[in-house]
Design a protein around this ligand. Structure first.
Ligand code: APR
Length: 239
């Protein structure tokens, strides 16, 4: 089946790669839903990845993101990320990366124009709309940092459960999905919308790359059981 998908890719003029946490698994970044190793294994999403949780326990939530930031800073893009970026280099404008990941590894691998639907864990934003005092004053110390004048808190620039996705990135991702000839759906369980919905709304062929069954397998024209780090170089290499 890999050879068939390689032939589809050679013919595809416009390709979208929709990635999830599994794309970064071989870099050593834990996935969300793996009961043993997943990030949620020790806590429930409601405990950390919501605005209400942050307002209730800012220091605890901030520390959890700091721990993840430190872990991500120590890892490198894997062969899957690098194969995608190399393909984009050889075929400018032909492949668009849409990711649910906040780890920045596609960007660090050299992929241009990554549409990060769930934000960027390395960046912060104000919890409440910034006032003049916030912009004027560098955040004070503390965990989380805050405006020295009004106490507005800094928070991770990621999309929390129940929050809207960044409208520009979502609109561009929806346009790319609607226009593509083929969508590679890599390393996602396909459980979280609207990201997973892109694989159901695309007009292109859908190819799922995942070592395990996913919620999008039924929407796929091909399912390749394997890892991103091994299959993507095989699929996207020019050899
Ligand atoms: N290569 C490819 N896929 C892999 C690999 C690998 N090496 N290792 C694991 N996987 C697959 C798993 O089989 C699983 O299907 O990656 C998938 C990871 O699924 P999740 O942990 O649910 O992560 P994801 O689909 O990205 O979650 C979507 O949910 O919690 C929110 O905002 C969070 O962006 C996240 C969203």
């Amino acid at each position: 089946m890999t050879e068939v998908v390689r032939s589809w890719l050679r013919q595809a003029r416009r390709i979208v790669l929709l990635s999830g946490a599994g794309m970064s698994a071989e870099s050593g970044v834990p996935i969300f839903r793996d009961a043993q190793a997943g990030l949620w294994a020790n806590f429930r999403p409601e405990d950390f990845a919501t605005e209400a949780a942050f307002r209730a326990r800012p220091a605890m939530v901030w520390d959890w993101y700091q721990m993840r930031r430190e872990a991500i800073a120590k890892v490198e893009p894997n062969a899957g990320h690098l194969a995608v970026a190399a393909f984009q280099q050889r075929h400018p404008g032909r492949l668009t990366v849409v990711t649910q990941n906040v780890d920045g590894l596609h960007q660090r691998a050299g992929s241009p124009g990554v549409l990060a639907l769930h934000g960027n864990i390395a960046a912060d934003q104000w919890l409440d709309p910034a006032r003049a005092c916030c912009e004027a004053s560098l955040p004070g110390g503390g965990q989380p940092p805050s405006c020295a004048t009004c106490g507005n808190l800094r928070r991770p620039a990621v999309v929390w459960f129940g929050e809207m996705l960044p409208q520009r990135e979502l609109a561009l991702a929806q346009q790319a999905a609607a226009a593509c000839d083929l969508m590679l759906v890599v390393g996602t369980s396909g459980l979280v919308y609207p990201a997973a919905g892109l694989a159901r709304s695309t007009r292109g062929k859908v190819v799922v790359v995942n070592p395990e069954a996913t919620d999008l397998d039924d929407a796929a024209d091909a399912v390749l059981r394997g890892s991103a780090g091994s299959l993507l170089p095989a699929l996207l290499g020019d050899g």
